[in-house]
Design a binder for this molecule. Structure first.
Ligand SMILES: [Zn+2]
Length: 259
């Protein structure tokens, strides 16, 4: 019976992932996410219902191409669906089967997935997504799902103010914007979910991650000119957030005590 439930969660994740693809694609363009229905970005032909079946449609029915104009369809679509399914499954394995999955954890993970890809594509974190994160964070804190209301308020306030200060200091020293306004708002919103200590972990972890990947990127792209163009920081924030949300307590704390 439990196995059946986890299977259902995974399939549910695939379907939500399919919807997240639409949000990732349309939200930054300020297009409606409900209408019109899915269509090919090149020939505009509306897709049939069976073209919208997650993963299966990409690999079995469409085989990576639009059936009408043969335009290649990005592998990212099934990838986002599968990642969403896996994350939903992981989250329910870690936090157990319960209603909070549906009104707290799944919405949060979904928003994080959207932020990850939109920031990669457009280097912005849309206000709507940060606002939704804050909404679910406060809602969960009100019922003390993960952190208490006080911890959420302190975590959110602290994250926001600290990142605001970082950004201001960076601007004063270098004369350019290091962190975007979206990153600062994200810290404020995610602080209500991770709490005070979680926000500290997040800042530490995402900075290390960002520096390591940033240095590797510069080394291998080999362009000095790239130095000034900042890489989007959102994906690192999301990656570290998911890590802390899913496994952080037992994977991260032992490491902390070593230092
Ligand atoms: Zn087409």
């Amino acid at each position: 019976m439990e196995l059946f439930f986890y299977f259902f969660i995974f399939i549910f994740g695939l379907c939500i992932g399919s919807f997240l693809n639409v949000v990732i694609y349309r939200l930054p363009k300020k297009e409606s996410i409900v209408s019109p229905g899915s269509h090919c970005p090149r020939c505009q032909t509306p897709l049939n219902w069976f073209h919208n079946i997650p993963v299966i449609s990409y690999f079995v029915i469409l085989r990576g191409h639009c059936k009408f104009c043969d335009e290649k369809i990005s592998f990212r679509y099934p990838f986002v669906e599968i990642i969403t399914g896996i994350l939903f499954l992981l989250i329910s394995l870690v936090f157990g089967i319960g209603v909070e999955l549906f009104w707290y954890y799944f919405p949060i993970v979904s928003i994080l997935i959207c932020i990850f890809w939109i920031d990669i594509d457009h280097r912005i974190i849309p206000d709507q997504l940060n606002f939704l994160l804050l909404f679910f964070g406060l809602l969960g804190a009100f019922f003390s799902v993960k952190v208490t209301l006080i911890n959420a308020a302190v975590g959110g306030g602290f994250g926001f103010v600290l990142f605001y200060f970082f950004s201001w200091a960076y601007f004063k020293v270098t004369g350019q914007m290091g962190l975007g306004g979206g990153d600062i708002k994200y810290l404020g919103a995610i602080g209500t979910i991770l709490g005070f200590v979680g926000v500290l972990d997040l800042i530490f972890l995402s900075s290390i991650l960002g520096s390591v990947i940033g240095i590797l990127y510069l080394k291998f792209s080999g362009q000095k000119a790239q130095m000034k163009s900042s890489i989007a920081f959102g994906p690192f924030l999301v990656f570290a957030t998911l890590y802390l949300l899913i496994g952080g307590d037992f994977l991260w704390r032992p490491f902390m005590t070593l230092m």
